[in-house]
Design a protein around this ligand. Structure first.
Ligand SMILES: [Zn+2]
Length: 381
């Protein structure tokens, strides 16, 4: 057992490369190429692991137009694949997650008033949060106008049309809580995003995020490269693969201290992600899936499915007059029993709650020790 555990996570090997674009976490100009991916038929990029800070990112990174096209194609592909029943269930699950998160804040004596959610999806996480804190005011930021309209119509949230990488001056110093659930793995410049989050928060405000453990998330692409020497397919724009320590260090450099930081869901690790060299765990080899063709042929086939809020909230355990019932059931359904230190890079998803302890200035330096060489860079802003 101990011998097996010492193999998890397995090291990622590859050839040393000079990067086309520097590391977006520490600005290093070299790295180790661990795989190559095709983002639809839009772009071929290397997956490069930084030797200085261990962050893995696409090199070259996707630009905004490429991301927009791929995301629309993915939205169509997903809409045709996922049933309405599943979409509905996800709304209910996100409500429960919001309830559990809200009570965890309450237990820590944190009472947010103004909340900003980056990439809110259906918006039900904040509905759950509002169940706990009825007075909170929610603002949502997204690049998709339809998502913003739905959030405004269904939940009365304030919309901001923007990518998280770009700074919105109107938000500066306004918020007690910024939420980014499954967002930071998608952004092209994670340093800018965290920098912006710091600026949007009041001193003492909190940043909550979840994001995949990068080592397990990248494993499928690594295997395709190692076992078949081919380029793998990337349909959802995961462009960052986080190392638990590197992410914590980046947050620290951007003025945040951890309140809660752990990885949860270990069943992916049991199945071999992050250590087992098994063909079944590989990402399919690239077929250069044609994004334009899919958009042209299938965009009209997406049925407009609207989730009725009344129905989502029509669950036996959602009782505003007995909130403890809602909490107990939500906790039973959504809580994770096993919590692992993210620095071990084991498990599926990283959960973070960080507190803003100081403001950051533009261009703050980030330094990491690389072997015997001391690497000093500046954040990319
Ligand atoms: Zn780096």
């Amino acid at each position: 057992m101990r011998a097996l555990l010492s193999k998890i996570p397995a090291p990622l090997h590859g050839k040393e490369v000079v990067r086309e674009e520097n590391c977006r976490v520490c600005n290093a100009s070299t790295g180790t190429q661990i795989a190559e991916v095709d983002y639809w038929d839009i772009k071929t990029s290397k997956l490069v692991k930084c030797n200085a800070c261990n962050h893995i990112q696409l090199d070259p990174m996707l630009n905004d137009a490429e991301t927009a096209k791929g995301c629309f194609a993915y939205y169509i592909e997903e809409s045709l694949r996922v049933s309405h029943k599943e979409i509905f269930r996800n709304c209910v699950r996100n409500f429960r997650r919001g309830v559990v998160f809200g009570y965890s804040l309450k237990n820590r004596g944190i009472t947010p008033n103004k909340v900003l959610e980056l990439g809110p999806g259906s918006g039900y996480f904040c509905v759950g949060l509002q169940f706990v804190f009825p007075d909170i005011e929610v603002t949502v930021l997204d690049i998709n106008e339809e998502i913003l309209q739905a959030n405004q119509k269904n939940h009365n949230y304030k919309p901001i049309l923007e990518v998280p990488d770009n700074f919105v001056p109107a938000c500066a110093g306004k918020f007690d809580l910024v939420i980014a659930r499954d967002i930071i793995e998608h952004v092209s410049n994670v340093s800018s995003v965290i920098h912006n989050v710091n600026q949007y928060l009041k001193i003492g405000g909190h940043f909550h995020f979840i994001t995949p453990n990068g080592h397990e998330d990248v494993w499928k692409h690594y295997l395709t490269s190692q076992l078949t020497n081919s380029t793998s397919e990337l349909l959802i724009n995961h462009v960052n693969y986080f190392d638990g320590k590197s992410l914590k260090d980046l947050l620290h450099h951007k003025g945040f201290n951890p309140v809660e930081y752990y990885t949860y869901q270990i069943k992916t690790t049991w199945r071999g992600k992050g250590w087992k060299k098994n063909l079944k765990l590989m990402s399919p080899a690239s077929t250069k899936y044609n994004a334009d063709k899919l958009i042209k042929e299938k965009a009209t086939e997406i049925a407009n499915y609207t989730v009725e809020k009344k129905q989502v909230l029509d669950q036996w355990y959602i009782k505003p007059e007995a909130k403890w019932v809602t909490l107990l059931y939500s906790k039973y359904q959504q809580s994770s029993l096993i919590k692992i230190d993210p620095e071990l890079n084991i498990g599926h998803e990283i959960y973070g709650l960080f507190k803003k302890t100081k403001p950051v200035n533009k261009g703050i330096g980030i330094s990491f020790r690389e072997g015997n060489r001391y690497y000093a860079g500046t954040s990319v802003l």
